[in-house]
Design a protein around this ligand. Structure first.
Ligand code: CA
Length: 247
């Protein structure tokens, strides 16, 4: 079974250990953090599926963790672990982009039900994109190449493939340069120059255009002042994954 890392940010040892055991038992890979700062770092690692976030934490408050995380990872699922009665916290957390919340004390069953429900509707885990096509030209993300109608093939770099995959996984949504830096390059420092992203996109657009004028097909659209998104007139083909109950 593929690994399913979930970051657990909770400073109360007993609660954290209980959550970790529950997740392990259900087949997830819990990663523990006992304060906000190390929790944020853990949550930003590649391939984290979900974050369970306590709000009152040492070093960095849970709300601040959420605010920072949302800048680089707007779609990473986050469930808040909140104390009974703190409705204000719950509303604020949901406004800041948390996906759901669980009220302490919670049962293992309740926690897993929330985790599964949030993962099911997560935009971060759709079926993988295989190809993107337009006007006789096909981008094959699995092979990392572009094919023209007359059979000409150009290889894409790993970064170029990843940029396209990330944009295609979030169709219709504008992805900021910061988010691309975080999700494709694994760079979370917001002060870093984001012009590197623009340079990569320009080179990628030229490669995708092949011999044609780069403007013929809009593979990657610029959203002025905000970032990039996948062009709207493309055909995106996803791998059809059999559902577990189809077998
Ligand atoms: Ca706490």
């Amino acid at each position: 079974m593929p690994t399913r890392p979930i970051v657990v940010i909770e400073d109360e040892d007993a609660i954290r250990r209980g959550v970790v055991d529950t997740l392990k038992f259900a087949g997830y890979d819990p990663v523990e953090a006992a304060d906000g700062e190390s929790g944020l770092n853990a949550a930003r690692q590649a391939d984290v599926h979900l974050v369970l976030l306590d709000l009152q934490l040492p070093k960095m408050d849970g709300m601040d963790v959420l605010i920072h995380l949302r800048r680089s990872h707007p779609t990473l699922p986050v469930i808040i672990l909140t104390a009974r009665g703190s409705e204000e916290d719950r509303v604020r957390g949901l406004k800041l982009g948390a996906d759901d919340y669980v009220v302490k004390p919670f049962s293992a069953k309740e926690l897993l039900a929330r985790v599964e429900a949030v993962l099911r509707r997560s935009p971060d885990r759709p079926h993988p994109v295989q190809t993107i096509a337009s006007n006789g030209r096909t981008i094959d993300l699995e092979r990392g190449e572009v094919r023209s109608a007359d059979g000409e093939v150009a290889a894409l770099s790993e970064m170029e493939t990843q940029i396209l995959r990330y944009l295609a996984t979030n169709p219709g949504r504008t992805v900021t340069r910061e988010e691309l830096l975080a999700r494709v390059w694994g760079i979370n420092d917001r002060s870093l120059e984001t012009r590197a992203v623009d340079m990569h996109i320009t080179r990628l657009r030229n490669k995708l255009a092949g011999g044609d004028a780069p403007g013929d097909v809009e593979w990657i659209a610029t959203v002025r002042g905000r970032g990039y998104k996948l062009g709207s007139d493309l055909t995106v083909n996803r791998r059809a994954e059999p559902r577990e109950d189809d077998t």
